[in-house]
Design a protein around this ligand. Structure first.
Ligand code: HEM
Length: 417
């Protein structure tokens, strides 16, 4: 049977869907589409991606934790053995860097790299950053109040995580603009249907960024300071633990991951609050609600919508046979709106108590930056509610055409106390 969900530009035939992820109807509001996907037998086949997908919370949550599915497979077989085409020569450097980061590794390498940075990102360590982040938010709000009308993404959402992660790693704040450009160019490699131009820009950015971090590492070797790069150098020098290439690549990964998603949670979150005035009023009346509000905003308009896993052993799941070497997609943005797990899933409720969303993933790759992101979001939202209670939306924003990086192009607002 062919079902054409007219308003949704979505074709469903059996358990196959056709839906262009670059359709603005979809990426501006994917949630009605997800409702259709969750109603299909799981897994369903998304033809445009050529991927078997899971859209319900129960499966996404389970498969994130299931070690038979992994982020990497090249530790088990070569590309050639897997029948994958070789990486084009001119893109090789990007992958050399990407594959030397923890998110592209499985144990034991993943465990080794992750344990080296884990301590720096534990909640207790991170809490020590509170006064700096608070001062930064206050300073940015002073400027916004003076300007009156601003793009909240550039004036507030972006500088908070960029400056904070740069400080943690020991990168001078003046480098923020470069960090943003390099990072945006690099993450375009994860987009579906990326262009040749995007690929070349990504490789160029990887080279420049790598050279910059390499000289920073050399500088820190000569003059150690109290930052994460220095601590990673110490680990490297103590032997066995990580190579210079892993050290540089991991630093780049932390700098990139340290802001890309957090910026979008602030943007998507403030947009959600301003379009649900009762919820914004609640937060203004009691800014200490920001902790549950942060979790709800992460759930309600999740910034990262799709992650893939390699099937690491042949298996049956939900009656479907998966062969070794296949790839499956987990739709985090859909799982977080699943009414089977979240009562009134499409309702924004900043006091929601039972909220096991999967915005930070789950299992061994659970976001290492979650305590940092949570602290930044908590301070950013409570400070905004306290100091700019009359915040107003100036125009209807649009999302960027990057599907699984779900974030706004800009967010024009009037800022008033
Ligand atoms: C709200 C902001 C953030 C969101 C929603 C988010 C989301 C995620 C998700 C879903 C994963 C798991 C991906 C998978 O399982 O395939 C992940 C992993 C990761 N995130 Fe985040 N992240 C955020 C902020 C940060 C920050 C601030 C850092 C900073 C350092 C960071 C660093 C990482 C790293 C290094 C990994 C890989 C962990 C591993 O492989 O063990 N993230 N993140």
């Amino acid at each position: 049977m062919t079902l054409l969900a007219q308003d949704l530009h979505l074709h469903v035939e059996g358990n196959t869907i056709r839906l262009n992820p670059r359709d603005p109807h979809f990426y501006n509001n994917p949630y009605p589409y997800y409702a259709v996907m969750r109603a299909l037998p799981q897994p369903f086949y998304w033809a445009d991606f050529d991927l078997w997908c899971f859209a319900r919370w129960e499966d996404v949550n389970a498969l994130l934790r299931d070690r038979r599915f992994g982020r990497q497979i090249l530790h088990l077989r070569t590309r050639e053995e897997l029948g994958l085409p070789p990486i084009p020569e001119e893109l090789a450097f990007f992958y050399e860097v990407d594959n030397a980061t923890m998110i592209q590794m499985e144990p034991p390498d993943h465990t080794r790299l992750r344990s080296l940075v884990q301590k720096a990102f534990m909640a207790r360590q991170i809490e020590g950053l509170r006064p700096r982040i608070q001062a930064l938010c206050d300073q940015l709000i002073d400027q916004m109040l003076e300007q009156g009308e601003v793009d909240l993404l550039t004036a507030y959402a972006t500088p908070i995580p960029v400056i904070t992660i740069a400080h943690m790693l020991g990168v001078p704040t003046e480098m923020s603009e470069h960090l943003l450009n390099w990072s945006h160019a690099m993450v375009a490699m994860y987009e579906l249907g990326r262009t040749r131009e995007q690929e070349l820009r990504a490789v160029q950015a990887t080279r420049e960024f790598y050279a910059y971090v390499q000289q920073l590492v050399a500088e820190r070797r000569r003059h150690p300071t109290d930052d994460l790069i220095t601590r990673l150098i110490e680990a490297e020098e103590q032997g066995q633990k990580l190579t210079e290439h892993e050290l540089i690549s991991s630093t780049m990964q932390l700098l990139n991951a340290g802001h890309e998603a957090t910026v979008n949670v602030i943007g998507n979150g403030v947009y959600a609050l301003l379009t649900h005035p009762d919820q914004w009023a609640k937060l203004v009346a009691d800014p200490t609600l920001s902790r549950t509000a942060v979790e709800e905003l992460l759930r309600f308009d999740t910034p990262l919508h799709l992650f893939t896993r390699w099937v690491l052993e042949a298996l049956e799941y939900r009656g479907h046979h998966f062969a070794f070497g296949e790839v499956v997609a987990l739709l985090l943005g859909s799982a977080n709106r699943d009414p089977e797990r979240f009562p009134h899933a499409d309702t924004l409720d900043i006091t929601r108590a039972d909220n096991p969303h999967v915005a930070f993933g789950g299992g061994i790759h659970f976001c290492i930056g979650a305590p940092l992101a949570r602290l930044e979001l908590d301070i950013a939202l409570s400070t905004l509610a306290r100091r700019a209670p009359k915040l107003e939306l100036l125009e209807q924003p649009e999302y960027r055409n990057a599907y699984h990086f779900h974030g706004l192009k800009s967010l024009r607002v009037r800022v008033a106390a």
